[in-house]
Design a protein around this ligand. Structure first.
Ligand code: FEO
Ligand code: CA
Ligand code: CA
Ligand code: CA
Length: 512
């Protein structure tokens, strides 16, 4: 198993100090290879790796030495589009934006020298982006809310994601609005959870039963009654935490056919005051709206009449999910980012990254305890597992993964405009932290990596043997306004004059 053990973790790697350098800084003994970077050719057809890398998932072809890497591309910036004048994209810029965001499937391998490389001859490698078509499933498919569409063009703003129990990828459309506006497309066709199969280019779905909002990620688990449960965050200030429970039960032997479980089920929203999961259904919404004591809840800027007009079917509820969730009693929270289910005890970890509207400047990690440790429970309790700030050394937690020793790997996302300023000074560049969830160091954050200038680390994902950690370096040099003076030129390839986001493979985990 993995070389870490919770009682000697600080001896296993020497935590690093915060850094302001334009480098991906790792503890002694660890090294990294750039597996793919913005605009690299990924296949014989000449398709190019996207920009703004976020989520990563690795699917073995040959164990932990060769596999398919699925990467999300959240958004584009000056290094692909060039300067934008008056906030108005030219037709060429719109085309580039649709192309370079979305997703990539690449084939990668570890060569004889132990260096991770991209295989540009791969027959699996492909791009999925603003030009790719998707089939809608679930209650909004063909409904008035999506203008009767059953098929839509493109996926946008793919932030984090998750894998399914049947080895496909769920990719989350987060800040979709802008891209859809630029391309003059129907905004209700975006903001969904997308499913792709890394090994089957024809399989592309958007599952509307999981709701439409600023989706950060998915965390899928199995309830004690065999139903699948998907936890999701809506990464907005004062937005909610959701879970979806399938109607049917999971059958391993059926493989990908289990995806139908994502088409029929019940969406719930968390009420943190009552410790209850509340149904987000047309029945629940209609009941609230017809109550004689009805009051428009905090965060909803519509009149009762407008709400009654909007919500007629479950298709309307999933399409306009945020207000529906607040109506039924969902608790507005501090920007829920990534969610992870502990494989050790079924507790659920949520990064509430921050919310300056209410003075939560550095964010915190919430831990949910489902009743009877059952993911399908209606009731829960919770604690603040770790809080960002000077005392813990991290600020603004974002993506999470577990290692096999019950340690959380947490990346941080202090917004680029706040880096190295004011109350964010002591944290310096964004980083990657390790936080044990059990044992004597429970809740203590140790810094493992520091990101290049203006970037955040996103999408951590281990190979099955935990020899390699893949992670994205997202938006290095993002503060650049003049392309002749980039604030970062990471990954510092020979002759390169711009910064390129990319995915790296970190090695050195096993003690020899
Ligand atoms: Fe794209 Fe919420 O991070
Ligand atoms: Ca994120
Ligand atoms: Ca995660
Ligand atoms: Ca973030």
């Amino acid at each position: 198993l993995f070389g870490f053990s919770t009682n000697r973790v600080s001896g296993f790697f020497e935590p690093i100090a915060p850094s302001k350098e334009d480098k991906l800084v790792l503890p002694p003994r660890f090294r990294y290879d750039v597996v793919a970077a913005y605009d690299d050719r990924i296949n014989p057809a000449g398709e190019k790796f996207g920009q703004g890398c976020d989520y990563n998932a690795y699917f073995p072809l040959q164990g932990s030495d060769r596999g398919l890497l699925v990467t999300n591309h959240e958004y584009t910036n000056i290094f692909s589009l060039g300067p934008i004048h008056n906030d108005q994209l030219t037709a060429v810029q719109v085309e580039k934006e649709l192309y370079y965001q979305g997703m990539s499937v690449t084939e990668i391998y570890k060569n004889e020298q132990g260096v991770w490389k991209l295989d540009p001859t791969s027959t699996y490698a492909r791009r999925i982006n603003g030009f790719t078509s998707f089939e809608l499933t679930g209650p909004a498919k063909g409904s008035a809310a999506v203008n009767q569409a059953a098929k839509v063009q493109g996926t946008f703003a793919n932030c984090s994601g998750g894998i399914t129990l049947w080895n496909t990828v769920l990719s989350c459309e987060e800040n979709f609005q802008e891209t859809a506006n630029h391309a003059k497309l129907d905004p209700t066709h975006y903001g969904w959870v997308v499913e792709i199969d890394p090994k089957d280019a024809q399989y592309r779905k958007k599952h509307t039963a999981l709701g439409r909002f600023n989706h950060e990620n998915t965390a899928m688990g199995l309830a004690s009654n065999g139903r699948i449960v998907v936890y999701m965050g809506d990464d907005k200030k004062d937005a909610c935490v959701y879970k979806y429970i399938s109607k049917g039960t999971y059958n391993k032997a059926e493989g990908r056919a289990n995806a139908k479980l994502l088409e029929d089920g019940v969406l719930y929203v968390a009420n943190f005051k009552k410790g209850q999961w509340l149904e987000v259904t047309i029945e629940a919404v209609s009941k609230v709206l017809s109550s004689e004591h009805f009051k428009v809840p905090y965060g909803v800027s519509m009149t009762k009449e407008e709400l009654v007009q909007r919500y007629k079917t479950q298709g309307d509820v999933v399409t306009y999910c945020h207000e529906a969730a607040l109506l039924v009693g969902g608790t507005p929270t501090d920007r829920p980012e990534d969610i992870e289910i502990s494989p050790f005890d079924n507790t659920v970890f949520i990064c509430h990254t921050n919310n300056d509207t209410h003075g939560n400047i550095h964010g915190h990690i919430t831990r949910i305890f489902e009743a009877q440790d059952n993911l399908a429970a209606n009731e829960f309790d919770f604690e603040i597992f770790a809080a960002g700030g000077r005392q813990s050394g991290f600020s603004s937690p974002d993506n999470l993964i577990f290692d096999s020793n019950a340690q959380l790997w947490v990346v941080t996302d202090i917004s680029t405009s706040s880096h190295n300023k004011g109350v964010y000074k002591s944290f310096m560049n964004n980083g990657l932290f390790v936080i044990p969830t059990t044992g004597g160091n429970k809740g203590v954050a140790m810094q493992f990596a520091s990101a290049p200038i203006d970037s955040e680390l996103t999408g951590p994902f281990f190979t099955p043997n935990e020899d390699t950690l893949f992670i994205s370096v997202q938006h290095p040099g993002e503060n650049t306004t003049d392309l002749s003076k980039p604030t970062s030129t990471w990954p510092h390839r020979k002759g390169d004059k711009i910064a390129r986001c990319g995915v790296v493979a970190i090695s050195g985990f096993k003690l020899s």
